[in-house]
Design a protein around this ligand. Sequence first.
Ligand code: BTN
Length: 253
Amino acid sequence: MMHKFFAKTQFIGKNVIYLPQCHSTNTEMQTFLKKTTLEEGTVVMADFQIKGRGQLNGRWISQKEKNILMSILLNPTFLSLHQQYYLTIIQGLAITDALGHFIANDVKIKWPNDIYVGANKIAGILIEASVSKKSIDHAIIGVGININQQEFGTLKATSVLLETGLYQNRDHVMELILLYMEKWFQKLKNKQYEEIILKYHALLFWRNEKHTFRVQGEPMEGKIQGINDRGQLIVEIQGKKRTFNHKELIFIK
Ligand code: BTN
């Protein structure tokens, strides 16, 4: 089903496939791509996912018609394989830019790909890339953002509504996200890495603060410094810089 959606973008969101319900917008995009070619910037959006997927085989649960559930198709053939993490970074920047229009409190990026307000998660990103020998052929950028949902059970989660007391039109927030995503994608294409990393560092959750982490089962005090050119997290622990991959360290307090 096509959706009339007038994003003032150049290419992201010009073609929108709207599904009232599906398993997962990422999976739907993959299925479409097996049958047909889709133009870069195509967006699959849904009001409900039966099998919403999260990072590391997790699930993404979202009440019907309350939140943004979408996947964006990009062809970042200009990125080398080890630069794939930049896609997560720019999507995180686009989400924080857009949510900044509504939320007065700081919206932060918890490395590598969670968006937080205070101690609660407001959005998540799941990127699935198809790679050829040296570059990234296409990437499906899955984005879940809590907009008008009020209850999250025991999850440490929040929404734009919970943060502000106001309901938002999901299409409007989505258009902002797509506009900012296009802006950051252009910067990435133009190889403006420094500007991207500077902004990412400025938004990094717990950066330059003393906190407790768990590393190989051991609690340790450390200070996040930033990411290196492979997208790994640099943490200063007992005066030494150490680097970590996803899940090699756990944020405690
Ligand atoms: C995470 O934080 O674990 C990532 C969550 C990503 C959720 C989005 S919702 C739209 C897209 N379709 C999915 O099945 N997952 C992503």
